[in-house]
Design a protein around this ligand. Structure first.
Ligand code: SF4
Ligand code: SF4
Length: 342
């Protein structure tokens, strides 16, 4: 493990702009948002908590051109891959779900693969927990343990640095004069901070009586019909915010747009809560009622993905709790699922 002082990290990020479009979390109205570096200078916050935007925005873009004209090859890649900094453990975990969807043997999405291969992930430990964080109920610790290139753990005057891939090791080696070996007291501070944040997440889990993953195992989606789901569905306004902010949601819509003889095929994020999401040609809709669509969202996350991938398609990031204008709270839905599971 290494140590990098705050001002040297700034030098490193500046150097990385030669090869990457570097993005850093910055605070706006008290919340962290991914922004471009170096615009705005050094006022970034790599520790604290997750950003409002999920990490998927760097791999599976909200709106992307996937074909330029009929018969032409795919559009060229962006000028530089992204270097994403301050990514938290919950978002790293979400990439397992995205990888399952976009990197199967059967079909590999070339845009997602290109971003996965070329982007650089500089993750960071959480140094606090939001009221809505419940990652540990989903088996995710509030500090990255894998799937990063470089991880940063905040110290008073810099960061303890751990590499997690050959790509990350190369960055450290190419800039070795910026790093020094981490001393044991810094590693001890890292462990103490990690334990403190774990305790904060545990307090959230206890306070909101959130079940542990496994407690809802075996729930039979079909068992809880209208009465179970309509409690929440009656308040849903079909805005799709829960899907948009969710790091594991991955559904998309393709459409063509054109002017004159120029045609482009676009891909945009879609939302399973919206009525027309599953509508097919001819107008048939397998989920015409809102309660069915809400059930489908939970069924996919907590029944389908455990069956096909062995993990829940939720990382406990809490973004959907914060984003939902109808105050539909996944923590209480999970509590009800667990209570009815056996
Ligand atoms: S379902 Fe909600 S808490 Fe779970 S990963 Fe998605 S946004 Fe985060
Ligand atoms: S964020 Fe809330 S109101 Fe909007 S679609 Fe999701 S559940 Fe419905």
């Amino acid at each position: 493990m290494f140590f990098i002082a705050e001002e040297k990290l700034h030098i490193l990020l500046t150097r990385l702009t030669d090869d990457y479009q570097v993005c850093v979390p910055r605070k706006k109205n008290g919340k962290l948002h991914q922004t471009r570096f170096p615009d705005g200078g050094g006022d970034y916050t790599l520790d604290e908590v997750r950003s409002c935007e999920p990490a998927k925005i760097f791999f599976f873009r909200a709106r992307e051109k996937v074909a330029d004209g009929f018969g032409a090859g795919p559009p060229p890649p962006p000028p530089k891959p992204a270097c994403i900094t301050g990514v938290k453990a919950c978002d790293l975990k979400s990439l397992e779900v995205q990888d399952y969807v976009f990197l199967t043997d059967e079909y590999t999405d070339p845009f997602y693969k290109r971003a996965r291969d070329s982007n650089l992930i500089i993750s960071a430990d959480c140094t606090q927990a939001l009221d809505t964080c419940f990652c540990m109920a989903l088996g995710v610790n509030p500090f990255p343990e894998k799937d990063f290139d470089i991880n940063l753990s905040k110290m008073e005057d810099g960061y303890v640095v751990e590499t997690g891939s050959a790509k990350g090791e190369r960055v450290v080696k190419d800039n070795e004069h910026l790093f020094s070996p981490a001393d044991p007291s810094q590693v001890k501070t890292r462990e103490e901070t990690r334990k403190r944040v774990q305790s904060q997440v545990r307090i959230n889990i206890n306070e909101y009586r959130i079940p542990q993953e496994g407690d809802w195992k075996g729930w039979k989606p079909i068992k809880f019909a209208y009465a179970f789901w309509n409690q929440d569905a009656k308040n849903c306004v079909e805005c799709g915010a829960c899907n948009t902010v969710c790091p594991t949601c991955h559904c998309f819509l393709l459409f063509d747009q054109g002017a004159g003889k120029k045609t482009s095929r676009m891909r945009v994020w879609d939302s399973c809560l919206i009525k027309d999401f599953a509508r097919v040609a001819g107008g048939a809709n397998p989920r015409p009622e809102l309660w069915m669509r809400l059930r489908n969202r939970f069924e996919k996350k907590f029944d389908f993905f455990p069956k096909v991938l062995g993990i829940n398609a939720c990382t406990g990031c809490g973004r959907c709790i914060a984003a939902c204008p109808a105050k539909i709270d996944i923590r209480s839905v999970l509590g009800r699922l667990a209570a009815n599971a056996h």
